[in-house]
Design a protein. Structure first.
Length: 393
């Protein structure tokens, strides 16, 4: 994959992430305006609808991209998403907001398709990890700009970031149509028709273990992000602007790790080892959030959190991409996105109820335990793989 193509793809991912990030600091406040109350259960229900619809849509987008191409599916995803964001901005009730967020979730597929583009174009395993790191850094940069701008706009009106996200998404659509190149090899069309359920056959044991790691990590991650803004408001009195700055800070650190540190660390350490260390750092950070007493201390805990996310996610994506053939990367992208969507459905719902009925400390402890379980499973999977690959004396 040449540098210009990767740069274009990273720009598409960054703009898409910024559009999503615009909404993070303000969605709880918009839900509060529509319902007349500010509670974790109502807020997490909206995010659960988004995730539930994405759970259905992601595999279809991935599978269709193997048949029809990455570019047309990415353009359709972004175009439908722009209309859904505009509808969300104008929604007069919680029900309509949930409807448009569901449409947005069902059409969300930019990052999964971007991963498929990298897998189409990069064969070397380490270089693929570096390319995934570049995508992750772009994701982080989007989260730098998105929450910061969303917090500023949300301080004026919680609907304003939705209008801004719809406008930026249209800019992304133009970029995809005019600049992005198709990477799917049409000669592999028939082979890519393979039933995705075959991924769960006994021959795919390593894939199943890695997907289990992915699921547990993102379940803890999604549960954490689902209540973070609510908890910051309840414990520290933070509004959308203050929460937006912390999310911006997390994006800066994660982008620096994935864009600058990962390529250097891969010269000395395997991607799986870096992913394991990253997961442990994320768990420590979540436990730290439960223990702090001042909002400013979040900048310390989120330094660990962002570093851990930056170390773990590129390695996990690279390890997963190596478990299937090049012409099944779209299906794999859909499966991994569905895995994330399922966690984004279950995680916030679980966190909202734990937070409401058991308190913030219990909610964070459960999240950290999930991430630690993912780390243990990844380490055991690596040991098992090394044992299988080691020749007998």
């Amino acid at each position: 994959m040449n540098r210009h193509a990767l740069l274009t793809l990273c720009l598409v991912v960054a703009v898409d992430a910024a559009c999503f990030g615009l909404l993070l600091p303000v969605l709880p406040f918009l839900v509060g305006d529509l319902t007349g109350s500010f509670n974790a259960i109502s807020i997490t229900q909206v995010t659960a609808v988004y995730a539930g619809c994405q759970l259905v849509g992601a595999p279809l987008i991935g599978r269709w991209s193997d048949r029809l191409g990455r570019k047309p599916l990415m353009a359709a995803s972004v175009g439908i998403g722009s209309l859904a964001l505009l509808g969300s901005a104008l929604a007069p009730s919680l029900g309509l907001l949930m409807l448009f967020q569901g449409i947005k979730g069902a059409s969300a597929g930019v990052f999964a398709l971007a991963q498929a583009v990298v897998a189409d174009s990069v064969e070397d395993a380490d270089q693929r990890t570096v390319s995934y790191g570049a995508l992750g850094a772009s994701l982080g940069l989007g989260f730098v700009a998105g929450p910061a701008v969303g917090g500023l706009l949300g301080a004026v009106n919680p609907r304003a970031p939705f209008f801004a996200a719809a406008a930026f998404t249209l800019v992304n659509l133009v970029q995809i149509l005019l600049v992005l190149q198709e990477t799917r090899n049409s000669t592999h069309h028939l082979e890519s028709e393979a039933d995705p359920l075959r991924f769960w056959s006994h021959e795919r044991g390593h894939l199943r273990r890695l997907l289990s790691v992915y699921f547990l990590f993102y379940l803890g991650f999604s549960a954490f992000t689902g209540i973070f803004v609510v908890d910051a408001r309840d414990r520290f009195g933070w509004g959308p602007q203050a929460a937006g700055w912390v999310l911006c800070y997390v994006g800066v650190i994660a982008a620096a790790v994935q864009g600058g540190l990962i390529p250097r660390l891969l010269k000395r350490f395997q991607a799986g080892r870096l992913a394991g260390v990253g997961l442990i750092l994320v768990a420590i950070a979540i436990l730290g959030v439960a223990a702090i007493r001042s909002g400013n201390e979040l900048y310390l805990t989120q330094l660990l959190f962002a570093t851990g996310v930056g170390l773990s996610t590129p390695g996990l994506r690279s390890l997963l991409s190596l478990t299937v053939s090049a012409n099944q990367q779209g299906i794999l992208g859909g499966l991994t996105q569905s895995c994330i969507s399922l966690t984004e459905l279950l995680g916030p719902l679980m966190a909202g109820r734990l937070y409401t009925y058991s308190g913030y400390a219990t909610a964070y402890q459960v999240q950290a335990a999930l991430v630690l379980l993912a780390a243990g499973l990844l380490i055991s999977a690596r040991i098992r793989t090394q044992a299988v690959n080691t020749p007998s004396p």
